[in-house]
Design a protein around this ligand. Sequence first.
Ligand code: SF4
Length: 245
Amino acid sequence: MELYNPIIEKAMSLGGASRPRRYAYDPRDAWPDTGAFELVMLRDAAYELGGGSHSAVNFTCVTSSPRLIDRDEILVYGPDLGEIEGDCDYARIALLRVGEIESDDETDTEQAYRAIQDMDFVKYHVFPKGYMIRTSAESSREQVRISREAIREGVSFQRIGADFIRQYKKNSSVLNVKMLFITAPDGDYAGAGQLAKSVKDITLSLTKIMEGMPTDCGSCQLKPICDEVEGMKELHFGKEKHTGE
Ligand code: SF4
């Protein structure tokens, strides 16, 4: 499962010039989770991450490489929740290492597809108290409204990240998770948006391959994506017989 490796490498440099604050994951740090959609009224809000015309990028990548993801960790690039004073640009990126995938190519495609779907689904099942997440699968936007009460009670990215990681790790194939939160004024939000689009393109290609699309690259509408993403053609031709470039 190395399709996303170049994206993961680029994601680590989106956070701007300053060094991130790093926190090891401890499930006991997880911010209280209500288990159901958390409504924060505008009148109770301190601010919104990605509110108004600000960037609000979210994507999830999966790898089997311990070189890229070797521990559970939360990285915060820019001001933390208690330091932010108003709506701001925001990106949340989840990087996951899953167990080695079997060598059979057909299984590889199916497992890659399922792992990505399962992992992306987690974002709809995290409900931190006083932290209203509004996400759009279409645009890769994730906007968050934070309540003043949560700020008073000491909410932080470390604790929100721990809630996400705890949820991801309910899936036994997830070995490690890195959660990146970016609010730095000099963060590369346009670059993050580009990477989010690449992730969507790869997932779209996997979906099409799973549906058994034709195997003539010369006439395939996904060729621009597969030309860009190392390993995509190998993944497809492991499943179907190739009939042309
Ligand atoms: S590998 Fe070729 S046929 Fe398969 S999705 Fe990519 S471009 Fe299309």
